[in-house]
Every structure is written in C-alpha cells, then in structure tokens.
Design a protein around this ligand. Structure first.
Ligand SMILES: C[S@@+](CC[C@H](N)C(=O)[O-])C[C@H]1O[C@@H](n2cnc3c(N)ncnc32)[C@H](O)[C@@H]1O
Length: 213
C-alpha cells in the first residue's frame, strides 16, 4: 500500500541514498529462491534503517525477524566498530542464506544469528540493547515489547515495522484477524507506556520509533 501518491513515492526513492550492491544481490536471490520475498525491507526502508542506525550509533542491536538478512545488514551499517547485532528467526531454512550475505559484508563476525521462537530466545540473551527492530509475526508484537523493554539501555530505540498494516488499523476489525487486533493493542501500548516516547511514521507499511526515557 502506498500512503503517498506513487509518483511522489518514486521521487522520494530517487532522491534518497542508493541501495548498496550487496543488498541488490541479496534481493535478487531472495526473489529467485525464497518464499514471500515481499517480506524484505527493500531499498527505501533499508536506507532509512541504515540512516537511523548511523544516527544512533548502537553498540548492541537486536532484530526480531531476520528473514533473508536485508534489514540486519542495514542496521549493522550504523553499529559501533566493536558492536554486536543479534538477529532471531524461527525459520531454520533461512540460516545459511543469511550467513552467506552476512559473511559477504564487513559485519559478518559481529552478527549473531539465533534460530527459534524469539519469545524463547530473548530471555536467554545476556545483554542490553541500544537499538531493537521488531519485524516478526504480528500477533506477538505486544509480547515482544514486554520481553525487551527491561533489556533496553537508557535512550535506547525500539523500531517497529508494519504498524499500519496496510491501513487495516483504522478499518472495522474483522473476526479472526488476530494480526490487526494485536497491532491495535500494540500501537496503544506504545502510546500509553510511560517508559518510552513514541512517534509513528507513515512510511511504507508504518514504522514506529520509540525512545526509552
Ligand atoms: C517480515 S519478515 C522479516 C523481514 C526482515 N526483517 C527484513 O526486513 O528483511 C518476518 C520474519 O519473522 C520470522 N518469524 C515469524 N515468527 C517468528 C517468531 N515467533 N520468532 C522469530 N521469528 C519469527 C519469519 O520466519 C520471517 O522470516
């Protein structure tokens, strides 16, 4: 879904940073070999993630929902020299694909892959985070927030993707639409929680920035 006219969207992309060659190759191979390639962040959102990470300069990053590794590589671009990025995905079949591209980047040794349910893995990570990107299954978004909030460093940033869910968040809720229901709960949770301040950006499918106070 385009929240701004398509021609304007094209203009925005054209006047934003170019996509790195490695990410172009990753995108091509994802479309050739992997189911649901539209899940990857893509050129424009990827450049935004990279820019935000470069502004934050995180030492520790957590990503929930690796898929083929596109957004992990974007976030890694802003990481400090001795930084670490933990990324979690439940789909073990994606592991080797991700590793191939992580190792082809300059960040291979700094990216730690975890395979399994993020809700099981997060409590085992003995570290705190400067930056978290939530981009996995929508029904678990509220649980992901509860799992990470006490692991955030002061001034830490939580980025949440797909929070507008193709505009469904303002449509009448359909019976059994558990994703929209969870996102409605999640968006209210972020707005109301006094430990963070939150701004929703109407970019792509909706990206929320929450800063830990
Ligand atoms: C939208 S894709 C992530 C896209 C990726 N962040 C990017 O921008 O390139 C969502 C991913 O979340 C994973 N996932 C779904 N449920 C999960 C869970 N409970 N724990 C960990 N990963 C999960 C899926 O396997 C899928 O690869």
């Amino acid at each position: 879904m385009h929240f701004i006219p398509e021609a304007l969207d094209e203009y925005v992309v054209k006047h934003s940073a170019d996509e790195p060659e490695l990410l172009k190759a990753l995108t091509r191979e994802t479309y050739q070999k992997i189911l649901q390639p539209r899940m990857l962040s893509g050129h424009y959102q990827g450049r935004l993630l990279s820019m935000l990470s470069k502004l934050i300069r995180p030492k520790t990053i957590l990503e929930i929902g690796t898929y083929t590794g596109y957004s992990a590589l974007c976030l890694a671009e802003g990481m400090q020299k001795d930084g670490v990025l933990h990324t979690i995905d439940i789909n073990e079949e994606l592991h080797d694909f991700q590793r191939k591209y992580f190792d082809a980047s300059e960040f291979g040794a700094q990216i730690h892959q975890h395979t399994g349910n993020a809700l099981d893995i997060i409590p085992t990570l003995e570290t705190t985070f400067d930056l978290v990107f939530i981009d996995a299954d929508k029904p678990n978004y509220p649980q992901y927030f509860h799992a990470i909030i006490e692991k955030m460093n002061p001034n830490g940033i939580i980025l949440s993707d797909n929070v507008l869910w193709s505009g469904k968040v303002i449509e009448p809720l359909q019976k059994n639409d558990v994703s929209t229901e969870a996102l409605l709960e999640y968006n209210s949770l972020l707005k109301e929680d006094t430990r963070i301040e939150t701004v929703v950006l109407p970019i792509r499918d909706g990206l929320t920035i929450s800063r830990v106070i």
